[in-house]
Ligand binder design. Sequence first.
Ligand code: SAH
Length: 351
Amino acid sequence: MGQALSIHDIKQDIKSLNQEELTEFVLSLGEKPFRAKQIYQWMHVRHVSSFDEMTNISNVCKEKLKDSCSLTVLQQAMVQRSQLDETAKYLFKLSDDNMIESVRMKYRHGNSVCISSQAGCRMGCRFCASTLDGLVRNLTPAEMLEQIYRIQEDIGERVSHVVVMGTGEPLDNYDHLLKFLQLISDENGLNISQRNITVSTCGIVPNMRRLAEERLQITLAVSLHASSQEKRLKLMPVAKRYDIHELIEACREYFDKTGRRITFEYSLLGGVNDKTEDAVQLAALIKGLNCHVNLIPVNPIEERDYVQSNPQAVMNFKAKLEGCGITATIRREMGRDIDGACGQLRRRQIL
Ligand code: SAH
């Protein structure tokens, strides 16, 4: 005979609820709706790390919350600060002892945080360290939010920009990603403008189509890294599922539905995808699409032998694209000395 689950077995992940859901939950505890507003503020504006800190909540209500909910709070296990720039990489411990990494970057326009969307990753891109040990699990919306909240509390400054470009494939954790986007851009929460949020995907086409239907004002960055199906297959296993032309078609649809220009990410791997012919082929592939190409000299990782394109090849590639009418920029890598740059985040353990 099956055993009935008690409320203690399935605690509500209260920080992952939007305002409507929170109100409904608070009502189910026999509390008034205004309590939901207060609790929401403590979690998403004040960033408290325990129910006890919610000083305007009655003790009775606090006890009910402790009994029925879990309050996700990430533990800061380590911070590495770059000597080269104001980049810092944070190692956070989750409640099940998994570790994830996030990066803070300081720009003239404000603080940007790069968050992880999964513990590990199952996409298998050949040049990326995050995928070496596979996927452990999806992060909850609260765990995504918390990376930003903890960093904001640590630096004592507002975080104004978010990039979902850390470990994991955000569109492989679609529902949680969507809830996260709703919460982080909520005017009663941290209120980060959707235009200041970028989600980077390796190209999970059906979920790109679903995302387009949401008509959000976020930027979608698509990791292309190759100009032909054949070359992409060698670098990114996801290409087996979705052909490069199907991917480009989905990008076109994304722009048509949202009016948001697509960013293509293209990591330059010396001798692999950085020749003039590659640039010409890339330009032809994305011609007529409202887009922008972000060139990233590949960051070497220990386990693979890809090398960076030389600076001349990078400049030539950019010039060739521009000559074909495609706007391109070279990404300024930050925090490379702390392995905080693209593709260098990984599962870590503190021994
Ligand atoms: N899964 C998502 C987001 C995480 S990776 C995606 O694939 O887009 C963020 C970006 O870093 C992607 O464009 C990824 O392809 C790129 N990247 C991964 N490893 C890299 C490396 N070693 N050097 C440079 N860029 C890398």
